[in-house]
Design a protein around this ligand. Structure first.
Ligand SMILES: N[C@@H](CCC(=O)N[C@@H](CS)C(=O)NCC(=O)O)C(=O)O
Length: 215
């Protein structure tokens, strides 16, 4: 059995953060498929009782330990491996600041927007989509500005703050209906730098469930 098991599915950018980190640190890991779309497995009483009371992916299992919330998983893996670890108090707090901003306002809006627009049946209310799109544009612009003067979120070295922020950003533009990289040039260049890291892989190649079958 692999050292780590990751509960995930291919379309989840939240889970991609953890999958990408495991790959980048060269961990021995295996994905455990969660049928989010057809069975809604993450909402079942069994899943909540035995896997994650919050009813979400990702969940990382290591021996007797079970961790949820991608920010917690990234922090723990960075501390354990010594890789992509923010150095010192200032960087540690700065990484946490960006991970929380990302979870709430960058990928935290982008994930539901893509879901409501592309995967939900019926699709989301256009007014809700318009609200989310406005917030997404503003928050991506904040990240783009941050990356105008540095190679990575904290400076010249990639850390878990970068890995967190990549969550949904490599999925195809058709799934969003707009091209994030084309509209945000500094984000595009940074995504290229992240992609060049040894061990990088696309979410659809790292996690099971793509292409999506809804029958
Ligand atoms: N902040 C969480 C977000 C996790 C999350 O929302 N995961 C989604 C899948 S992308 C989920 O499992 N949602 C459960 C549901 O909607 O029932 C993290 O970063 O781990």
């Amino acid at each position: 059995m692999a050292e780590y098991q990751l509960y995930c599915f291919a379309q989840s950018g939240n889970a991609y953060r953890a999958a990408l980190m495991l790959n980048l640190i060269g961990a021995d890991w295996t994905p455990v498929f969660v049928d989010f779309f057809v069975k809604g497995e993450q909402r079942s009483p069994e899943y909540r009782a035995n896997i994650n009371e919050m009813g979400e992916v990702p969940v990382l299992v290591h021996q007797d330990r079970k961790l949820t919330q991608s920010g917690v998983i990234l922090t723990w893996l960075a501390e354990r491996s010594g890789k992509y670890l923010p150095q010192g108090d200032e960087e540690r707090l700065e990484a946490m600041r960006w991970i929380i901003f990302d979870n709430q306002k960058v990928n935290g809006f982008l994930g539901p927007y893509r879901f409501l627009r592309t995967f939900a049946r019926p699709p989301g209310d256009p007014k809700v989509l318009a609200f989310l799109k406005g917030r997404i544009d503003g928050n991506l612009a904040i990240v783009d500005r941050r990356l105008a003067s540095r190679s990575f979120v904290l400076g010249e070295r990639p850390t878990i703050a970068d890995i967190s922020l990549t969550a949904y950003l490599y999925y195809p533009a058709e799934e969003f209906g707009f091209d994030i990289a084309a509209e945000h040039r500094n984000i595009a260049a940074w995504l290229g730098r992240m992609k060049a890291l040894p061990g990088w892989a696309h979410p659809y190649d790292l996690m099971p469930g793509h292409p999506l079958r809804l029958d």
